[in-house]
Design a protein around this ligand. Structure first.
Ligand code: ADP
Ligand code: MG
Length: 671
């Protein structure tokens, strides 16, 4: 597939046609018109018209400052003319958007610059691979081709050398290999020998000859007439105008087939948006990003510190906050956080205190925000099975007991409404009673025990609650209130009434309502509501506020870390402006550049996040060992890590976008 195979009889469409191209620098270039007597000082190209055919070997020669590089930048679609038309294979390039121009640079052009323009952090082979990266060539193929190209250019022994480990001549060979990577139909060489000693220069010229012979279109820019004379066609430019052209429209020589045969590669037919898979792209970007990060590891490390501190403190502070919150709740959770107790006020003014009644219980149950109640008669009893006696806390209560006190059964089933209605002699025993009476290990459910000498059948065993305030909560036997009244205690007056409220926030109002209503009913204020719900609410709200505040402090440090990342990214972009230019000249799209820098930012913050998580976990572990109550939350850790990565995305975006929006010519020209 040589580009010169066009049928000779057809009027050939020029590969490149320039029509009256003008270029001026400065803000007023739109209005810059050439006037009759010549030189508008800012006008660098003053009406260049030119036709270049496929397969030509053209030298553009002129003194320094005559506008050669400006012309080449326009020819190579690195820059746009101020006016005039540029037709590429008959298509007006001015209609191309940034991506289409990138595609043209990627697929059609190969640049060779005086200053080589290699990416300093990448090896010779990796530099050669760059254009193929943006063309979406698979990695294995890319490597093979880059290696083959370098071997043909006698660079096979230096594949892994960095540019600073290569001589000028060698660097220029790498640049030529890079220009050929995607096919290099048109080689644009701007003073390729300018920085080389004469021998290296001669070698580079020999290579360009070979490429021309192999069918590549070669456009050589030089100020040296001797060098220019080696081309088949010489165009002379002076003060931005063509003053001589040795052969416009000459039929190009047939390709002779030189040492460097044109390699098959993605030609211009390639899809404009050919991309490697996203995974490959990201992998490449991450690899390059890692290298950059590593070469600046001290600076990156300092930036990371912000993220590390942020993430670690989020994890540690939330763990401590959560720990104190749990501490608060743990004291109350045993009997449910929404449960309060109504008790007769001890040592009331009027004595003896009128006992609580079931009427009081009904009144309470009818109040708003009361979800369930459990009146409870509590008196000491002696339980007996066989010849074992045990003094325990006896209780008579209603079926609301389980819900109000959050008490589940570990075996059997709690007594129900029917048992309550029939005053059934059924009993539910606590774990301690079970241990004492059923030391033989037999199943208590279904067996009979004596409670104060009255036989009761055990129907269930309560789940363990442990000890609170020095009282063993599991040392109890509970029977239906009706049965307790009729067979054990001889009265129906609850010792206390458990009240479960619906809405914790209104617990205080409910407690006050209970006190008021019962005082009205009893004509004396001799009852007390032990409103632990309110206490719980206040304490857990305090703990929550503390957690939030700690979290906020941590979040702020994360943001500060993010700003550090942005700072470093802005510096990176500034330092690597030329690299961005090189990448754009080799065909990178704006999205490729954006992705590269975003990947760097995210990589930095991911590493910071990972280290932060590790440090955070270590802090939590140390606190745990020191006996500080902590609650480790996986979610918080993942969240903190996610925030760090997100920070990279957010704070890396602006610098990355700045890089992506750089003008290729301006970027290439930077230092
Ligand atoms: P050559 O490559 O032939 O030496 P150039 O094309 O680099 O010449 O430059 C031609 C003229 O354009 C010079 O006078 C130079 O000062 C001017 N020029 C080049 N680039 C810029 C720019 N970015 N801004 C302003 N003037 C420029
Ligand atoms: Mg120049």
């Amino acid at each position: 597939m040589t580009p010169t195979a066009a049928a000779p009889l057809e009027p050939a469409v020029p590969l490149i046609e320039l029509q009256d191209i003008r270029k001026s620098y400065g803000p007023s270039h739109e209005t810059d018109e050439i006037d009759a007597d010549g030189l508008a000082p800012a006008l660098v190209l003053r009406g260049i018209s030119l036709r270049l055919y496929a397969g030509e070997f053209v030298a553009i020669v002129g003194a320094s400052g005559s506008g050669k590089s400006t012309l080449m930048n326009i020819l190579g679609c690195l820059d746009r003319p101020s006016s005039g038309r540029y037709l590429f294979e008959g298509q007006d390039v001015s209609a191309f958007d940034a991506d289409a121009l990138a595609w043209l640079r990627r697929e059609a052009f190969g640049f060779v610059f005086q200053g080589y323009h290699l990416v300093a952090t990448e090896s010779a082979r990796e530099n050669v691979e760059i254009p193929a990266l943006y063309a979406g060539m698979p990695e294995a193929e890319r490597r093979l081709r880059a290696t083959a190209l370098l071997e043909r250019l006698a660079m096979g022994a230096r594949l892994n050398h960095r540019p600073n480990q290569l001589s000028g001549g060698q660097q220029q060979r790498v640049a030529i290999a890079r220009a050929l990577m995607n096919g290099g139909r048109i080689i644009l060489a701007d003073e390729p020998t300018g920085a080389l000693d004469s021998q290296s220069g001669a070698e580079v010229m020999k290579l360009l000859h070979e490429l021309a012979n192999a069918g590549h279109t070669v456009i050589l820019i030089t100020h040296d007439r001797d060098v220019a004379a080696q081309a088949r066609r010489v165009i002379e430019i002076r003060d931005g105008q063509i003053v001589a052209d040795s052969g416009d429209g000459l039929a190009p020589a047939a390709p002779a087939g030189g040492v460097i045969a044109p390699l098959s590669g993605p030609g211009l037919g390639g899809a404009r948006n050919a991309h490697a898979s996203l995974a490959t792209d990201l992998h490449e970007a991450a690899r390059a990003a890692w290298r950059v990060m590593w070469s600046n590891r001290f600076r990156t490390g300092l930036t990371l510190l912000g993220i590390v501190i942020g993430v670690a403190s989020v994890i540690a502070m939330l763990a401590v906050g959560g720990g104190s919150q749990r501490e608060v709740l743990a004291q109350f959770e045993i009997f449910g956080v929404r449960t309060m107790f109504v008790v007769a006020r001890e040592g009331s003014v009027r004595s003896p205190t009128a006992p609580l009644t079931m009427g009081d219980a009904e009144t309470i149950a009818s109040l708003p925000n009361v979800e369930a109640i459990a009146p409870y008669i509590e008196e000491r009893v002696v339980v007996r099975r066989g010849n074992v006696d045990h003094s325990s806390e006896g209780g008579g209560t209603t079926v609301g007991f389980a819900e109000v006190l959050g008490w589940t059964t570990s075996e059997g089933r709690m007594f129900d409404e029917a048992d309550e209605a029939s005053a059934a002699k059924v009993a539910v025993i606590g774990q301690t009673v079970r241990r004492v009476l059923f030391a033989d290990g037999s199943d208590p459910v279904g067996q009979d025990i004596l409670v104060d000498k009255v036989p009761f059948q055990v129907v269930a065993v309560l789940g363990a609650k442990g000890t609170t305030n020095g009282e063993d909560q599991d040392d109890r036997v509970v029977v239906p209130l009706s049965a307790a009244a009729a067979r054990l205690f001889g009265h129906r007056n609850p010792t206390w009434i458990g009240v479960k409220v619906r809405d914790m926030e209104k617990a205080q109002a409910t407690a006050e309502a209970i006190e008021t209503r019962l005082a009205e009913q009893r004509r004396v204020r001799d009852l007390r509501v032990w409103n632990r719900v309110e206490a719980i609410r206040v304490q857990s709200a305090t703990a929550r506020a503390m957690t939030m505040m700690l979290g906020l402090i941590a979040a702020i440090s994360l943001v500060v870390g993010g700003i550090g990342v942005m700072n470093v990214m802005l510096m990176t972009v500034r330092e690597r402006t030329r690299e961005v230019g090189i990448r754009m000249a080799t065909g990178a799209r704006q999205t490729d550049i954006l992705r590269q820098f975003m990947t760097e930012a995210v990589l930095v913050t991911s590493v910071g996040g990972t280290v932060g998580v590790i440090v955070g976990l270590a802090i939590v572990a140390v606190l745990m060992l020191a006996g500080v109550p902590v609650v480790f939350s996986l979610l918080a850790s993942l969240g903190a890590f996610g925030c760090a990565v997100l920070t990279g995305l957010i704070f890396g975006f602006m610098p990355a976008r700045n890089a992506a929006r750089l003008d290729p010519v301006v970027a290439l020209a930077s230092q």
